[in-house]
Write a protein that binds this ligand. Structure first.
Ligand code: S3P
Length: 185
């Protein structure tokens, strides 16, 4: 059994395809906490898909809306596991609010892994479904220096997601964010 020791949100940040959503869902189940996905919250609030928002209003407007949603989600008093869209943690304002209300974990992955994981998916406006490596490389150069401001880093690799989730839980336990309780039979 695992238990959250601090009254904070666990915020997962990182590039599209790094596994934030899958890891966040596993972690939230194990912690019996709600799972929240910032992209889904943006879609719910606007009534539009992320692709439609980019197409209709452009990236700059999308980022403003994303910043507002992140503020609302981070200031929500209840602890939860919050998976953020790949661009959300680039905002300095979001980083500042996250420092106060959340423990942020950068789910770090290399270009090859990200490119394989996003290949063939066409719901992300910034990365094409085919030949996406160049776009990923560009985003890695832009985003990684800012993701590095997260409180901790978990390196991901090609391994079953359950194993990555278990490494995430141990990392959080090492930093005293979670407590792993032995179950007595
Ligand atoms: C984006 C990442 C996407 C989504 C949008 C923009 C980015 O989220 O917010 O397509 O700027 O990196 P995921 O990381 O959840 O795919």
């Amino acid at each position: 059994m695992i238990k959250l020791k601090q009254n904070k949100i666990i915020l997962l940040v990182g590039m599209m395809g790094c596994g934030k959503t899958s890891l966040g869902k596993i972690l939230s189940r194990k912690l019996h906490l709600p799972f929240v996905d910032s992209d889904k919250e943006i879609e719910r609030a606007s009534g539009c898909s992320i692709s439609d928002l980019f197409a209709t209003y452009g990236e700059a407007e999308f980022r403003k809306g994303e910043e507002r949603i992140m503020e609302r989600l981070l200031k929500n008093e209840e602890p939860c596991v919050l998976s953020s869209g790949g661009g959300a943690f680039l905002s300095l304002k979001t980083q500042e609010i996250a420092k106060k209300y959340a423990i942020s974990v950068w789910i770090r992955a290399d270009v090859d892994l990200l490119s394989r994981r996003t290949e063939g998916r066409n719901h992300r406006p910034l990365v094409p479904a085919k030949d996406n490596k160049k776009a990923i490389e560009r985003l890695v150069n832009e985003c990684y220096p800012l993701y590095a401001k997260a409180d901790m880093i978990l390196d991901t690799r090609q391994e079953p997601i359950g194993k990555t989730a278990s490494r995430l839980i141990h990392l959080l336990a090492e930093r005293d964010i979670l407590e792993i309780k032995k179950e007595h039979k």
